[in-house]
Every structure is written in C-alpha cells, then in structure tokens.
Design a protein. Sequence first.
Length: 75
Amino acid sequence: GRLIQKKRYLIPLDHNLTSELDQFEGELAPLLLAEVEFPDENSANTFTPPSWFGEDVTFSNQYHNSTLSQSYEKD
C-alpha cells in the first residue's frame, strides 16, 4: 500500500478541547484533516467547529487511514 506521511499539529480549542490537525505529505498532499476527541456524547453533539474547519467527514470511510494507505493505479 501507500506509505502515509503526515505532520500532526495540536491546536487548543475552546472548552478544553484540542484539534489534531494532520497535514499529509507525499502522494496525499495537500490533504488536511482535523480531528477532535470529545469527553462525552453531549460535548460532541453541541460542538460548533471553528470557521477554519472544512467539510465534516466524520462518517466518510474515504478518510480512514486504511483507505488512504491503498495505492491506486493512475490512468
């Protein structure tokens, strides 16, 4: 498969939360993914993402490491 190369940045957010921002390198550049882990379900449900967050891909398998690591043939 494809080697996943990325730099991770920890960015403090409101309410004692932290965003883990992954900046992908190599074949996956310029992909950026931000992840926030919540202490409970209520915190997740009431979270308002910062304006710099893009599309919510929480439920998309496309951005799982297992999917990103797959090599694809280029036409």
